[in-house]
Design a protein around this ligand. Structure first.
Ligand SMILES: [Zn+2]
Length: 232
């Protein structure tokens, strides 16, 4: 992944109330401060975050920056919520990219969800395992909402199977949406497929080269035969 700060800066500060009309993918292109529509305050929160989400300073230092800019402690709770969400969103995206390796996918084919006493859905998902890149993982890979307490780890235990009555579109946005929103392919599809695709043209090229070498060989042999025949 490119530098986290560069990618984070691409997010557009947005009024909280607009998120209702947006899809998870559209939300992943924006920076929201929960319950806040004042764009000056949203902007101040976003500007205080980069060093925290790129692990260069702690949450308290980032929060002090924000409080100094808006000259109020009124939105401290919302700031904590947003800073932690975007920090987890970017580290989740990085995690998806780093584990997107054919060998890792074969060795640990599933992802286990744990934690998650934050809401009914996370409670239901906690302790469950699903195949990598399945709909459950794409929908609920954490964090999938603000204040999400769920976390994900690779697992070689068998999948938990289907869960009944799960609405897959309940997420705010998650690391999969972020990678798509930022135009980063690596991490959203299994690496195995990519390896096959990039392998094919190499085979074609090498087969093509063999044909050329063969034709050139026949040409040389023909010339030599003609020369030997004409000199004798
Ligand atoms: Zn939850």
């Amino acid at each position: 992944m490119q530098k986290i700060i560069e990618l984070f800066n691409q997010l557009q500060p947005e009024k909280w109330s607009t998120h209702i009309d947006l899809t998870p993918l559209q939300r992943a292109k924006c920076f929201f401060l929960p319950d806040v529509d004042d764009l000056d305050i949203v902007n101040a929160a976003k500007n205080a975050c980069p060093d925290y989400i790129s692990y260069q300073e702690n949450l308290a230092t980032a929060r002090v920056k924000f409080i100094k800019t808006i000259n109020s402690v009124k939105y401290s709770k919302q700031f904590n919520s947003a800073a932690c969400f975007y920090s987890s969103l970017f580290s989740g995206a990085r995690q998806l990219q780093s584990s997107n390796d054919p060998d890792i996918i074969i060795r640990w084919p599933n992802i286990q969800f744990d934690g998650g006493t934050c809401c009914k859905i996370c409670k239901r998902l906690s302790g469950k395992r699903f195949p990598k890149y399945s709909e459950y993982i794409k929908s609920f890979y954490p964090p999938w909402h603000f204040d999400c307490e769920l976390y994900a780890t690779d697992s070689d235990w068998r999948s938990s199977g289907q869960l009944k009555d799960m609405n897959m579109n309940q997420r705010f946005c998650n690391p999969f949406d972020l990678l798509i929103a930022l135009g980063i392919d690596d991490g959203i599809k299994p690496a195995k497929q990519k390896a096959k695709k990039s392998y094919k043209p190499v085979v074609k090229k090498s087969v093509g080269c063999l044909w050329l070498i063969g034709l050139f060989g026949i040409f040389i042999v023909t010339i030599a035969a003609v020369k030997i025949y004409s000199s004798s």
